[in-house]
Design a protein around this ligand. Structure first.
Ligand code: ZN
Ligand code: ZN
Length: 589
């Protein structure tokens, strides 16, 4: 990202408006908190608006935003012009020193080019800035402050922690209103909130941040996902293995991770007997060793080794978020070893599998990104020629399947180009869910070979592929996608049986036993509560079916079934067992 200490807004009118609103925020803050120091305040894409970082001395809280926002409105109505000025360096230093703005002074000190310093003035407020801006504060008609967060000065954990105020700004009040409605819906769906409300997972400081605990209902969903994934992969010719979370450090030296991926890896565990073990950040080296447990022949290829394998990466604490960004995750991973001639079909097969998973799981909106190398030397393992070859193979696979894609130059992994399958969370933040990577490098580093038809030793090509992504991230996606109302096959409680009165409790137990024998997950709500209370509680948990049983049902052997859309139907128990068993087996949405 650009250094916004001396930001430029460019021609986009919305960007200009948002950047101007950031100045308005800083102007309001300096009026209300004369000792506050302002750092940087750029327009941003998510949330669509801006932020400004402040040093308040003593941090403020969300409840202070109302007062700041109303001061902003006052300044907006006052019709104060945005005035541009290029000051001699000495004068700019004097102006900011007078105001006690140390962060701005540091930014000026870091500027090398020229003597003139570009500043913008709105009334008494002065900011280091190249603009452009709107004409006057009166042009700022539709904005709202959203929240506060902590942020380090220049993103450096060793520098002071600042208070970042986020806001959104639009051209019309109507657009603002639409956005606020969208935000409300996104917050309702937020997986951290729903994960807690629905008791799906927990994060506890004693265990540590980024290490979520899967509670029983969350673990049930994960088990269903893993069964689905593993069964489908077995049907498509993958072989599932189990390999340990740790390996000797030397394994990662050989793979290159110890040298090139060190910043994300946990420190090495060193033992008195000289042993050095490392938590794995990826599964590839283990799967390579599996490949090498026997001499492979061309008849064994393509060999598809799969595992839902635990990976350990030490993400910085500021980036951790619920289940979406964690420090240990289980990846739906596979490594395909094939001949160069089989490569195209294997890449296509991996894309096809990812598409199938998305279709069943309800991942309706996604885009492909083809991540390639850039021109920076020494950053990429292997020759330019190998890279070109691999990049061409990935592009051709996508094109032959009629899939559109975007190219991200310089975003490849250090060992090879990749296709990323990008999806969006409820807040429209984009993240990578699955990936297909061609790798010509690791086969060299590990001296992989197979016996070709003519008896010669040849080097296989390797494809890394994560079709459904990490379980944690997939789970966070699905919670938000369904707002907790998971499809029946995934829902931790598929049916709640609700007896109307104690007299129907025995029949309720029989209904539950029959459903359980058909492998349906069922709860009996035997509390002495009123029926509407039982129904309300089951609805809060978004349970797919509520089976109400009373005198009529006991007499007829029926149940009264309510689904989530409010349909009610009286039916024989056996018909319901057949219907729900089919719905689950077909994994209907
Ligand atoms: Zn500015
Ligand atoms: Zn891999």
């Amino acid at each position: 990202m650009a250094d916004y200490g001396d930001h430029e807004t460019g021609d986009d009118p919305l960007q200009r408006l948002r950047h101007s609103t950031a100045h308005l925020l800083a102007a309001a803050v300096t009026e209300l908190y004369p000792n506050a120091k302002y750092a940087i305040g750029p327009p941003i894409e998510n949330p669509p608006g801006f932020y400004y970082d402040f040093d308040f001395g003593k941090p403020i809280s969300e409840s202070d935003l109302t007062a700041i926002e109303s001061r902003m409105r006052k300044l907006a109505q006052a019709d104060i012009p945005f005035e541009h000025e290029v000051m001699p360096r000495e004068q700019a230093i004097e102006e900011f020193r007078k105001r006690g703005q140390d962060y701005k002074l540091e930014l000026i000190a870091g500027k090398v080019e020229g003597d003139g310093v570009s500043v913008y003035r709105t009334g008494d407020f002065l900011d280091l800035c190249r603009g452009p801006h709107v004409r006057s504060t009166k042009d700022l008609k539709a904005f709202k402050l959203l929240r506060v967060a902590g942020a380090y000065w220049r993103g450096d954990e060793k520098r002071p922690q600042l208070t970042r105020i986020y806001g959104t700004a639009w051209q019309t009040p109507r657009e603002l209103d639409d956005y606020l409605k969208f935000l409300e819906e996104a917050e309702r769906r937020d997986h951290k909130k729903l994960g807690k409300d629905l008791k799906l997972f927990a994060v506890d400081d004693r265990v540590g941040p980024g290490l979520p605990l899967w509670l029983p209902d969350g673990a049930t969903i994960r088990r269903e996902l893993e069964r689905f994934i593993v069964d489908e992969e077995l049907a498509r010719g993958y072989q599932h293995v189990r390999t340990p979370d740790v390996a000797r450090l030397d394994l990662f030296r050989q793979s290159g991770h110890a040298q090139l991926y060190a910043e994300y890896m946990y420190p090495t565990m060193k033992f008195e007997d000289g042993e050095e073990l490392e938590l794995r950040p990826v599964n590839c080296p283990h799967h390579i060793v599996v490949y090498q447990t026997e001499l492979r022949s061309y008849r064994d290829l393509p060999l598809r080794i799969a595992e839902i394998g635990n990976n350990w990466r030490y993400e910085r604490s500021g980036t951790l978020a619920g289940m979406n960004r964690v420090r240990s995750f289980a990846l739906n991973d596979a490594h395909i070893f094939c001949t160069p001639g089989q490569l195209m079909d294997e890449v296509k097969g991996a894309i096809d599998l990812a598409l199938y998973f998305s279709q069943v799981l309800g991942i309706d909106e996604f885009r492909y990104q083809l991540s390639t190398r850039d021109e920076v030397k020494d950053k990429w393992l292997g020759t330019e020629e190998l890279w070109q070859e691999a990049q061409a193979a990935l592009a051709e696979a996508l094109e032959s399947m009629g899939q559109q894609y975007k190219v991200g130059a310089g975003e490849a992994a250090f060992y090879g180009p990749k296709i990323d399958f990008q999806v969006y969370d409820a807040h429209r933040r984009e993240f990578t869910n699955s990936t297909v990577q061609v790798d010509f490098q690791l086969p060299q580093r590990f001296d992989l070979e197979y016996v070709a038809e003519d008896g010669s030793r040849q080097r296989p090509v390797m494809v890394h592929r994560g079709a459904a992504g990490a379980m944690e991230r997939l789970f966070s996606y699905l919670i938000e996608r369904y707002a907790g109302a998971f499809p029946t096959w995934l829902h931790p409680t598929q049916v709640v049986v609700a007896p109307i009165a104690d007299a129907h409790a025995e029949y309720a137990q029989q209904v539950a036993a029959r459903l359980r024998s058909a492998r349906v997950r069922v709860d009996v709500d035997g509390r002495s509560e009123r029926l509407d209370r039982k129904i309300r509680d089951a609805k809060l948990k978004k349970v797919p079916y509520i089976a109400v049983v009373g005198g009529n049902e006991v007499a007829s052997g029926h149940i009264n079934v309510r689904d989530r859309s409010g349909n009610k139907v009286d039916m024989p128990l056996e018909s319901f067992v057949n219907d729900i068993a089919a719905e689950i087996a077909e994994r209907r949405r």
